[in-house]
Ligand binder design. Structure first.
Ligand code: TPP
Ligand code: MG
Length: 895
């Protein structure tokens, strides 16, 4: 609580009174900077003496950060802006009401925009500038649930037709519809950034701001401004991604980043902090993280009251009230508010007597006052060297009479006939009663004062917002022989696909045209993947360069940080690294720069850790390569249950425009990466890639003739059997990733047993099954008979088929329907455990022996192999019929 000199009489505490008196005179005579310097010195002195003044500066009193004296003049005609805002409020609400009336049950929200409208309008009329010849362009994301307000504006601008508003949340309607929330994927000329999954827009915005600086520091983008504005909800700020990523923004001095938290004190179910104050809590967190914090709490109507609050009772009361009280004030009557607020304080009663009961009831919060919002935005926009958060207090459902501030307002989708007519009247919408009751849209004439002003303001700021325009040069893919080392094989030298990948990456970074666009991204795992050699070569990006001599400076691979460093080293923060991937993968659209991100991570900490962020990348049409390192449940030996990934390929299959591959050989990787660059950066397709790479070393073969097409499609014959198939003793083994080594082992075992087995490399079950499903649907609807790749490639092959991978059985099962014969799948269902690689493969039944046994058993089933022979094989290969099922059991059951 703030202490004021007048609170303490000389009689009560002469010493304290004297100190406060000195401070007061210091402030008045020498000004705030000097007072701050002296206070800081006193605080530092105490802290040096081990007296820590907690909270010394993290929280300020519950009032506006910018005092009246520092509030700039408002640059527009507020009355006119308010009239326009009222039209937007009406149209935003009307589209939700019409959705309700249509009985389509598609829903919609009114309360969020009602609370956020004024801050959005102040931004759109005076701050958010589009890209232009000499300005980098602002990237703005509003709260997803405020989307109706954005559509309402585009309707006034003539960018959206009335039918589209009628079809809010009905994207399939013939006249065109509008997506519920900002989804660039579904409205690629309109929305810039997705934000409907609460919490993710904060890291997205932070890392977009950082990536813009990265591009500037590396000379890939002119240093010509462009801010990132991210508006979020106060309830949303409870998502761990929000406060979990704010430190980096301060550390990187992101003065191109402004966050705005709409503190309407409510979320969906009820108050965000009934018993506390969300604004004060966020102030502490952000200031503690090094941000500039600007609070916008009270409107101008409070200023005269503050002016007569000489002894601070009003301020003390404001400090004391909790959010539950403030929410109650937004629904209570004037006398009720006065009585509760004043309590038994005569002094407070005197101050409040300046206002009538009605004035008390309608007295506004800062978030509904243009002047206060403008002052905060202007200060934030002019700030250098650090990010700013603006905490704006509002009322949820502001203006929705009878509903504002109620706990149910978030879900309110309907109003009665009388309420509609009354709302239209209060907002000054010139619709007759019947039209208001129908919730018709209202658009003033093109030459009306409102539309002229609205269009003029946006024209002055570079055009309408939002707009997503892609203007980016295409990049030709590298010639395949850039990856000569991978294509010609490694001879006797053994290496993993991870090592092959790192070499390819280095080659790409050296490429004369593509090199500068490559953005390697790693969480704290570069050494795990053997990427440390790149540190010296490419440097780790740091806006401040390297202020220290690295401990390993005398070695061949020093930890080199540099201002123009190319590598983004994200530390142990997969969410942040994904946000960097998103920023680098969308720079083609945001900045017109075709950066190619390669984000290499521990594969188990990808989809299941930050899967929603990957989904969001799909929404934002991100391009680039995700690389799941140390992949494969049995290939990553030793690490155990929470490290061994045998399911990311299955999870990858759920992202519709993500292509996923599990290559076994270096040349496959080369073909896939080259094809990816061709499709994403030359053909500019909106797809991205997931490739699992592993750490098992083996000799990498040279690329056989004519397999490129099969690699890309997902299947080709890698190694035919070198024995003849006698009496139907024929099998086909599908291998992928590191399990290819076991499959080749099984081929040899089967040859010894007199079974001719061909080995096929399956680089992507997901691509194979997608293509087959696509064609199956095509055939179904058109009565045609197109053959999917699996069936076409395997046509005419006889015998049995066995698939083995380091992933769940669901993966190879996905192509079962098109395999022309008995098909057995082996995989790694179940939790991983700590063991050696051979023991893990035995446990999960994906060893050469189990693969060979599965082929024999399948041949036995078809009558080609006799029961006795199968038993002998089982015995010889150490197959245990009574072994526990790894999908169900753990090490305790194994003993
Ligand atoms: C990750 C996630 N969880 C839940 C939701 C559902 N949801 C949408 S809005 C909302 C409440 C938002 O409250 P707040 O952030 O305070 O915004 P307000 O509408 O109050 O401005 C919830 C729970 C969501 N969209 N995303
Ligand atoms: Mg809220």
């Amino acid at each position: 609580m703030a202490t004021r000199r007048a609170d303490i009489t000389p009689a009560e505490d002469p010493e304290l009174h004297e100190w406060l008196e000195s401070m007061e005179s210091l402030l008045q005579v020498e000004g705030p900077d000097r007072a701050k310097a002296i206070f800081t010195a006193v605080r530092d002195y105490l802290s040096n003496e081990n007296v820590i003044v907690e909270d010394a500066t993290l929280n300020t009193p519950y009032r506006n950060t910018i005092p009246l004296a520092e509030q700039p003049a408002y640059p527009g005609p507020i009355e006119l802006e308010q009239r326009i805002e009222n039209i937007l409020r009406w149209n935003a609400m009307a589209m939700v009401l019409r959705g309700y009336d249509s009985g389509s049950g598609v829903g919609g929200h009114i309360g969020t925009y009602a609370s956020a409208a004024t801050m959005m309008e102040v931004g759109l009329n005076h701050f958010f500038r589009n890209q232009g010849p000499d300005y980098g362009g602002d990237l703005v994301s509003f709260q997803a649930h405020a989307a109706p307000g954005v559509y309402a504006r585009a309707f006034l601008e003539g960018r959206l037709a009335a039918e589209q508003l009628d079809n809010f949340r009905r994207e399939l309607q013939p006249a065109g519809g509008l997506s519920s929330y900002p989804h660039p994927r579904n409205m690629p000329d309109f929305w810039q950034m997705p934000c409907a999954s609460m919490g993710l827009s904060t890291p997205s915005a932070i890392y977009q701001a950082r990536f813009a600086k990265y591009l500037e520091n590396r000379g890939l983008k002119p240093n010509n401004g462009g801010k990132v504005w991210a508006f979020i909800g106060d309830g949303e700020s409870d998502e761990p991604e929000v406060l979990g990523t704010i430190n980096i923004a301060a550390r990187e001095h992101l003065d191109n980043l402004i966050m705005v938290v709409n503190c309407n004190l409510q979320r969906l179910d009820g108050p965000v902090r009934g018993n506390g104050k969300i604004i004060q809590e966020l102030e502490r967190s952000f200031r503690g993280a090094g941000w500039q914090v600007i609070k916008v709490i009270w409107s101008g109507e409070w200023d005269p009251l503050f002016a007569i609050d000489h002894d601070g009772v009003l301020q003390a009361r404001m400090n004391r009230a909790v959010d539950g009280d403030y929410q109650m004030y937004s629904v209570a009557s004037g006398p009720e508010v006065r009585a509760h607020w004043v309590g038994d304080s005569q002094r407070l009663a005197d101050i409040m007597s300046v206002l009538s009961d009605e004035e008390i009831r309608v007295i506004r919060r800062g978030g509904h006052d243009h002047h206060k919002i403008h002052a905060a935005f202007a200060r934030a926009a002019a700030t250098t060297n650090r990010p700013t958060v603006i905490l704006i207090k509002t009322i949820k459902g502001y203006g929705m009479q009878g509903y504002e501030g109620s706990n149910a307002v978030h879900q309110k989708k309907n109003l009665s006939r009388e309420e509609r007519i009354d709302t239209a009247r209060r907002l000054g919408i010139p619709l007759d009663e019947a039209a208001a009751a129908r919730a018709d849209s209202y658009r003033p004439a093109d030459n009306s004062e409102e539309l002229r002003y609205l269009n003029e303001r946006r024209a002055a700021l570079g055009g309408p917002w939002p707009v997503r325009e892609v203007d980016c040069p295409a990049l030709a893919p590298p010639a395949l022989d850039v990856f000569q080392d991978q294509l010609k094989g490694s001879g006797d030298r053994e290496l993993s696909t991870t090592m092959a990948f790192v070499r390819m990456l280095a080659k790409l970074m050296d490429h004369p045209e593509l090199g500068k666009y490559v953005v390697p991204i790693v969480p704290d795992e570069a050494r795990t993947f053997g990427m440390e050699a790149l540190f010296r070569k490419a440097g780790i990006y740091s806006f401040e360069g390297q202020k220290y001599r690295p401990v390993d400076s005398s070695t061949l691979m020093p930890y080199r940080e540099a201002q123009d460093g190319q590598i983004l080293q994200e530390g142990i923060c997969e969410a942040g690294a994904m946000a960097s991937f998103m920023a680098a993968g969308t720079a083609y659209a945001v900045h017109g720069v075709p950066t190619i991100p390669f984000y290499v991570f521990y594969s188990i900490f990808g989809f299941q850790r930050v899967g929603d962020m990957i989904w969001s990348c799909g929404d934002m049409l991100s391009r680039g390569f995700l690389l799941g390192g140390t992949s494969g449940r049995t290939t990553l030996n030793g690490e155990g249950l929470q490290h061994e990934d045998g399911h990311s390929q299955v999870l990858a299959s759920t992202v519709p425009n993500l292509l996923s591959y599990d290559p076994a050989f270096a040349y496959e990787l080369a073909v896939i990466v080259r094809e990816g660059i061709r499709r994403m950066y030359e053909a500019q397709e909106n797809i991205f890639y997931y490739i699992t790479i592993h750490n098992q070393n083996y000799a990498m073969p040279a690329m056989p003739e004519g397999v490129e097409d099969g690699i890309v499609r997902g299947l080709y014959r890698y190694k035919p059997s070198d024995i003849d198939a006698r009496k139907g003793r024929r099998a086909h083994l599908f291998g992928s990733g590191a399990i290819m080594s076991e499959v080749l082992g099984a081929q040899a075992l089967l040859a010894d047993a007199g079974v001719a087995a061909d080995v096929w490399s399956v680089t992507s079950y997901n691509e194979l099954s997608r293509e087959a499903l696509r064609l199956e649907r095509h055939n179904l609807l058109r009565g045609e008979n197109k053959e999917p790749c699996v069936r076409r490639t395997l046509a005419g092959e006889s015998g049995v088929f066995v698939a083995a991978s380091d992933y769940m059985k669901a993966l190879p099962m996905s192509i079962a329907r098109w395999v022309p014969g008995p098909y057995v799948v082996l995989g790694t269902d179940g939790y991983g455990l700590s063991e050696s690689r051979p023991d893990l493969r035995d446990w999960f039944e994906v060893s050469a022996q189990y693969i060979a046994y599965a082929a024999m058993a399948s041949l036995a089933e078809t009558g080609v192999v006799k029961g006795k022979e199968l038993k002998d094989c089982a015995q010889g290969w150490g197959i245990r019929p009574d072994k526990p099922d790894p999908a169900l059991a753990g090490p305790a059951q194994a003993r």
